[in-house]
Write a protein that binds this ligand. Structure first.
Ligand SMILES: Nc1nc2c(ncn2[C@@H]2O[C@H](COP(=O)(O)OP(=O)(O)OP(=O)(O)O)[C@@H](O)[C@H]2O)c(=O)[nH]1
Ligand SMILES: [Mg+2]
Length: 207
């Protein structure tokens, strides 16, 4: 199993923002994508995982980011996908989003897996299921993060995690909270498990 160290996350740096597939960086590094609905907490999760406050831009206004943002670290590349499912986005923008995501998922040969971020209060909505289906067609591995867990009681957390795991086939899932820093080591380990076997092993690894 590939092993990652804290440095692999903490030393992540912004690489570029790609509004179209032509702007994607060369697929020369192993890559993990963060996907999920607008406002689910993708950028916050990415920042928490990398112990940085402003690596990916977070916003109270959903649907701000329409491009794919790439980040490079010592061992892998991360991609923050634009959020989907934001009702007030015009149809032309929605179509452009779908083209960008579909091009990304179908062409990105260096993509090792997808971290699907969902609000723990409302997991597995239509677009989440569509993404799982799309990714499944391309043989991609998924790890589900149920974020904003701080908004739920411990009982609710346990129930929603159990229910979610029962509904997805073969994907792993966890609870997460960016402000409470809950689930960071678990998420880091899950990302490590999605990387190919030839990946470098290190000390201080997550497992
Ligand atoms: N309570 C709580 N709030 C969170 C958590 N994660 C994110 N938020 C808040 O949710 C809002 C959206 O967070 P973002 O990280 O910007 O969400 P996003 O999925 O990147 O949104 P888009 O880029 O628009 O798709 C912000 O106001 C965050 O502060 C969490 O774990 N707990
Ligand atoms: Mg974001």
């Amino acid at each position: 199993m590939p092993l990652l160290t804290p440095k692999d996350f903490n030393e992540m740096r912004f690489l570029l923002s790609a509004p179209t597939p032509r702007a994607f960086p060369a697929p020369d590094r192993v890559e993990i994508a963060f996907a999920g609905r607008s406002n689910a907490g993708k950028s916050s999760a990415l920042n928490a995982l990398c112990q940085q406050t402003a690596l990916a831009r977070t916003s109270k206004t959903p649907g701000r980011t329409q491009a794919i943002n790439f980040f490079d670290g010592p061992s892998m590349r991360l991609a923050d996908l634009p959020g989907y499912g934001f009702a007030q986005v015009p149809p032309a923008v929605k179509a452009a989003w779908a083209r960008l995501i579909e091009a990304y998922l179908s062409q990105r040969e260096c993509l090792a897996g997808i971290v699907l971020i969902m609000d723990a209060r409302r997991p597995l909505l239509d677009f989440d299921r569509q993404l799982l289906q799309w990714g499944g067609q391309f043989g991609l591995a998924f790890h589900l993060m149920l974020t904003k867990a701080d908004k739920l009681s411990r009982n609710q957390q346990v129930n929603i995690l159990r229910k979610t795991l029962a509904e997805v086939d073969g994907a792993s899932a966890q609870l997460f909270s960016a402000p409470k820093r809950l689930g960071i080591d678990e998420a880091r380990a899950a990302i490590g498990r999605m990387l190919p076997d030839e990946f470098i092993a290190n000390e201080n690894h997550y497992q």
